[in-house]
Ligand binder design. Structure first.
Ligand code: CA
Length: 226
């Protein structure tokens, strides 16, 4: 799976790139519509995230060309423009979705996953670089069923628990700070006083039992390590 992000704000590009890569999705980013069009023509992408307020060639114009070039390619608009007319024009020109800035990362990821799933169903392909299982020590996470297993104990996870655990397991051995988890799993850029991360980890531990290999690293964060 590979997506292209056409977005002139480098900070948003970097933020989204990290988030999608953590999901096992490859990302290319460009800062304007002209380069976006060139990339799509040369590369093979499963989805495009397109900003509308871009330097040079406008987003809607870019959308029009992208859609004509590759009518099957899902294009999701990510824009601060909130007028109905622009949204409708976007859909008319072939966009499959419209997410307004400021956006919640979790929602954007969920929407992208839906479109990618639909694409992979259409092309009958299995997600190539996503193994169905990921394991750290005695803990096994089933990515399709979104279930975790430690020894004999199988637990159903909520979406947030799944995403938190998945992120820690993808970075096994690494200490991941609360701030990073907040940004990756909740889509909050900063909220240092929030304890939602600790609450979610406590819930996970209750579900998974005392054997689960999730460590608290004092004053630093959490780590999944065997
Ligand atoms: Ca912009």
């Amino acid at each position: 799976m590979r997506i292209l992000i056409v977005e002139d704000e480098a900070r948003i590009r970097a933020f989204l790139t990290r988030a999608f890569e953590a999901e096992g999705i490859g990302v290319d980013g460009v800062g304007d519509g002209e380069r976006g069009f060139e990339r799509v023509r040369r590369g093979s992408y499963d989805l495009v995230i397109l900003d509308l307020l871009l330097p040079g060639r406008g987003g809607l114009d870019t959308l029009d060309s992208l859609h004509r070039e590759q009518p099957e390619l899902p294009i999701l608009i990510l824009s601060a423009r909130d007028d109905l007319q622009t949204k409708l024009r976007g859909f008319e020109l072939g966009a499959v979705d419209y997410v307004q800035k400021p956006f919640a990362l979790a929602e954007l990821l969920a929407r992208v996953r839906v479109h990618l799933r639909r694409m992979s169903m259409l092309s009958n392909a299995v997600l190539p670089d996503q193994p169905a299982l990921i394991q750290v020590g005695s803990l096994v996470l089933d990515l399709t069923a979104r279930r975790a297993q430690v020894g004999e104990t199988v637990s159903e996870l909520s979406d947030r628990e799944f995403r938190l655990l998945h992120f820690l397991m993808l970075h096994q051995g690494e200490v991941i700070s609360r701030e990073r988890l907040l940004s990756e799993v909740w889509g909050y850029d900063f909220d240092p006083r929030s304890n939602v991360v600790d609450v979610c980890v406590r819930r996970l531990r209750r579900r998974l039992g005392p054997e689960a290999p999730i460590e608290t690293v004092r004053n630093a964060g959490y780590r999944a390590a065997a």
